[in-house]
Design a protein around this ligand. Structure first.
Ligand code: FES
Ligand code: FES
Length: 149
């Protein structure tokens, strides 16, 4: 239907004109590599966290249109958010991938909503969540830094 067509256009636009594709040059950058074992596609997410906020986010990598457009949308959405907020947004995205109704009152999901339909294609959910998993891993690693083990 029309909404599907619109969503497909949004996805293709992010795939063809990825936002935040590239590398951060500063030393103080989190780098997280994540691959999709099903297909071997991989991305590296780079984030700079300053005063508990995500000051910068970029990615490089190879993958399908879903994985790269999701990375593009995700980096766009988390910039400027607190670490907690970014992790909450990741929870919302996971729910979306389970086909659940999501509460978008807290965040403006913007282009991310275009990925809703992916929940109907289980094989592609891993594509869509690749960048989000990288983000979660990077941000939770940071929180664990004070652990003694
Ligand atoms: Fe098959 Fe992504 S792993 S479509
Ligand atoms: Fe590999 Fe989508 S087919 S990430």
């Amino acid at each position: 239907d029309q909404l599907d067509t619109l969503y497909r256009q949004v996805i293709m636009d992010h795939y063809k004109n990825p936002r935040n594709k590239g590398e951060l040059q500063d030393g103080d950058t989190l780098k997280i590599n994540m691959n999709n074992p099903t297909c071997g596609d991989r991305i590296q997410l780079q984030m700079k966290v300053e005063d508990g906020k995500i000051a910068e986010a970029k990615f490089i990598g190879e993958g399908c249109s879903i994985s790269l457009s999701s990375a593009s949308m995700m980096t766009q959405a988390i910039k400027g958010l607190d670490v907690d907020e970014a992790l909450q947004m990741s929870d919302i995205f996971s729910k979306m991938m389970l086909g659940e109704e999501v509460d978008d009152s807290k965040f403006d999901l913007g282009d991310i909503e275009a990925l809703q339909g992916v929940s109907k294609f289980p094989a592609r959910i891993k594509c869509a969540t690749l960048a989000w998993k990288a983000m979660e891993q990077g941000l939770s690693d940071g929180e664990d830094e004070d652990d003694d083990d």
